[in-house]
Design a protein around this ligand. Structure first.
Ligand SMILES: *[C@@H]1O[C@H](CO)[C@@H](O)[C@H](O)[C@H]1NC(C)=O
Ligand SMILES: *[C@@H]1O[C@H](CO)[C@@H](O)[C@H](O)[C@H]1NC(C)=O
Length: 302
């Protein structure tokens, strides 16, 4: 009998109603108890998204820099420096290099890294991470995508984005920002980010956001600079490369906008103390090698 059926006989309607109310109360109490149980369980044991893998995607062919992962930086291959930095993160259960190239694989095994061979059809690092993930024996909840060309990556940033994703069940993606220097405000290669009151991303842009009414850079405003590293819930990583491109993503040429345009939540981690200047981080072209070596010599980083 439908609960709201007005044609139902009046005899016994009162007791039926009582029964329904009682039933609803019991179900609600049970749901609350169950919810609380799971909440306590996750809190106590720290189980939520607890299994974390760091994947370093590395390909040999590159239009701008052939063999980039193996380039020598102060006596060590760049990929080894990245791997050694990632090893210092405390939140990773496992780190693997994902590559399509035997030379890279041999080199990495040589310094002790685990390697997963991936197809040379992977169109970008995210696809490579996803393929590598599917080839691992163990199951993971979170993947950190560690760019092989960031030999000075700070382990604190890796740990920061992992913890953020573990603490935000409604987010599927996390990434880091730091303060934008005023001189970088107009540089389209420095990606800016705005966040909501709870630390979720609202938007990313190559343009300056927010844009001050005066048209000038506001020296008082805490503009945020996006740092490339990202981590994902593994279930989301399975679908991320397959999501069709979106208008804002295509217009700005920023992959992460596809996540937001599809309505997923992204947690943003502000890194206050960046020991290594952002401009020294990435190695894009051969000339960057000199720059990063000089930077490391000046600061006595090895
Ligand atoms: C714009 O920037 C100026 C400082 O340059 C600041 O005083 C002002 O509050 C900002 N916002 C607007 C709407 O002008
Ligand atoms: C990677 O490549 C695929 C296929 O071209 C594309 O759909 C996707 O947006 C790219 N990037 C990411 C982050 O998935």
């Amino acid at each position: 009998m439908p609960i709201c059926d007005p044609s139902s006989s009046s005899t016994g309607a009162g007791s039926t109603k009582l029964w329904i109310i009682h039933g609803v109360a019991v179900v609600a109490a049970a749901a609350l108890a169950l919810g609380a149980h799971y909440y306590m369980f996750y809190r106590r044991s720290g189980e939520f998204r607890s299994r974390v893998v760091g994947i370093i995607p590395a390909r040999f062919a590159s239009s701008r820099f052939e063999g980039k992962p193996l380039v020598n930086i102060l006596g060590k291959p760049m990929i080894q420096r990245t791997w050694e930095r990632a090893k210092m993160a405390t939140s990773l259960d496992h780190i693997v290099v994902a590559t399509d190239d035997e030379k890279i694989a041999d080199c990495c095994r040589g310094f002790g890294a685990d390697v997963v061979m991936t197809s040379d059809l992977c169109r970008n690092g995210t696809e490579r991470c996803n393929e590598a993930l599917s080839k691992l024996d163990k199951r993971y909840d979170v993947v950190v995508n560690i760019q092989g060309d960031e030999p000075l990556i700070e382990p604190e940033i890796i740990d920061g984005i992992v913890k953020a994703l573990q603490a935000a069940p409604d987010a599927v993606f996390s990434t880091a920002v730091t303060s934008l220097k005023p001189e970088d405000a107009r540089d389209p290669n420095r990606v800016k980010c705005v966040v909501d009151n709870h630390g979720y991303a609202i938007y990313f842009s190559r343009g300056l956001i927010p844009f001050n009414k005066s048209g000038n850079v506001n020296p008082q405003f805490p503009y945020l600079l996006h740092l490339g590293i990202q981590s994902y819930d593994t279930k989301f990583l399975n679908i991320y490369p397959e999501l069709p491109p979106t208008p804002l993503q295509l217009e700005e040429d920023l992959e992460q906008l596809k996540v937001l345009e599809n309505g997923y939540k992204m947690k943003i981690v502000p890194m206050q103390v960046i020991k290594v200047e952002h401009e020294a981080h990435g190695v894009e072209v051969p000339e960057d090698v000199d720059k990063i070596e000089n930077y490391m010599r000046e600061r006595n980083l090895h």
